[in-house]
Design a protein around this ligand. Structure first.
Ligand code: NAD
Ligand code: IPM
Ligand code: MN
Length: 352
């Protein structure tokens, strides 16, 4: 029997609420399939842990997580009490230190749901944003000088490597081949002529090697506009770390809302565990009320099963989510009345 060890890091706010439902769904599929087993080890890191220990995560958290097959993360951040750059630092560090360079964020409007975009339905909204997740604008590279004086300044220098750009574009081309064979690279090379022109150069070199994929490039401002105006023109979007972050909140919003948007942080070489989490954050505005939509977390868990080689189990979860939504079961973010746990119940009932 295949045995998988998964580290669970629920985090803050609605993180533990939605993760609990993802875990219930995982257990329900495990129980039904009986061909594999999951060992889940939960780590109580986050703001509460900080209150007790003065640290957001255990000092050796990277060593602790390293041996797991995967990491399932909820959401981090409790900005009213602790600055985000402190609570969120382990997340960004994990992605970089575990070389989880491919952040896959599908945005697909499920039947039965309405997009905020009038006249756009499931046929028009089905894309994937592939976000470079290991370098770019998120590199911890800079400093503040003359602190606290009127002459203070800060520098934060992005790092874009040829190797990093090439590997994420290759990943994107391969992904496009399994979809509608269209890749759009998003940069801002009209304004930033060093880093993003390197992206342009690498795309120009790679594109002829994938003649079966239609590729183009857009500046980030135009891409944001086009995601709203004609989302059907996108299949696979490849973007740098920061642009990918911004575009995936937008893509999530047009595909029914952030409560539905799953994400991977993939280490394609499998030298480190990959990490799976919703696109959304800890949503302090609704935390503790039991009304968060768990679907983004549940679909992230499905992406984890896919990555672990359990494609049937992943597909069963996706089908259950699809039938649940098509039947009109909705949490308040979708205009319904179900609680987080009731949505978990409906999905489990929907499992074949
Ligand atoms: P957010 O994604 O937490 O929330 C944005 C809006 O979407 C809120 O109105 C929230 O109620 C709603 N929302 C999000 N997820 C939902 C769900 N599952 N069901 C129903 N509604 C949902 O973004 P924010 O408010 O800008 O950030 C809150 C905190 O989360 C901050 O500390 C931020 O830094 C952090 N954050 C963490 C992650 C992460 O852990 N990966 C991602 C984004 C933001
Ligand atoms: C995300 C989040 C994170 C990011 C933050 C919380 C550091 O917004 O996963 O989209 O910017 O990557
Ligand atoms: Mn984000």
């Amino acid at each position: 029997m295949k045995r998988l060890r998964v580290a669970v890091y629920p985090g803050d706010g609605i993180g533990p609420e939605v993760t609990a439902q993802a875990v219930r769904v995982l257990r329900a599929v495990e129980e039904r399939q009986k061909q594999w087993s999951l060992e889940l080890v939960e780590f109580p890191w986050g703001f509460d842990y900080y209150r007790q220990t003065g640290r957001v995560v255990a000092e050796d958290y990277l060593d602790v997580l390293r041996p797991f097959d995967a990491i399932l993360l909820g959401a981090l951040g409790w900005p009213a009490e602790l600055p985000d750059h402190v609570t969120l630092a382990p997340l960004v560090t994990l992605r970089q230190r575990f070389d989880q360079y491919a952040c896959v964020r599908p945005a697909k409007l499920y039947p039965g749901l309405k997009s905020v975009l009038v006249d756009k339905g499931p046929a028009e909204i089905d894309l994937v944003v592939l976000r470079e997740n290991s370098e770019g604008e998120y590199v911890d590279n800079g400093g503040r000088v003359r602190r606290g004086t009127p002459d203070e300044y800060a520098v934060q220098t992005a790092v874009h490597t040829r190797r990093g750009i090439e590997r994420i574009l290759r990943f994107g081309f391969d992904m496009a081949r399994s979809r509608r064979r269209r890749l759009t690279m998003v940069t801002k090379s009209n304004a930033q002529r060093h880093a993003y022109v390197l992206w342009d150069d690498v795309l120009a070199e790679l594109a002829p090697r994938f003649p079966d994929v239609e590729s183009d490039k857009q500046h980030a401002d135009a891409a944001a506009m086009n995601l709203v105006r004609r989302p059907e023109s996108f299949d696979v979007i490849v973007a740098s770390n920061l642009f990918g972050d911004i575009l995936t909140d937008l893509a999530g919003a047009i595909a029914g809302g952030l409560g539905l948007a799953p994400s991977t942080n993939t280490n394609p070489q499998r030298t480190f565990p990959s990490m799976f989490e919703p696109v959304h954050g800890s949503a302090p505005d609704i935390a503790g009320r039991g009304i968060a939509n768990p679907i983004a977390a549940v679909l992230s868990a499905a992406m984890m099963l896919d990555w672990l080689g359990l494609a049937d189990a992943a597909a069963a979860i996706r089908r259950a989510v699809e039938t649940t939504l098509a039947a009109g079961h909705k949490t308040p973010d979708l205009g319904g009345k179900l609680s987080t746990a009731e949505m978990g119940d409906r999905i489990i009932e929907g499992l074949a």
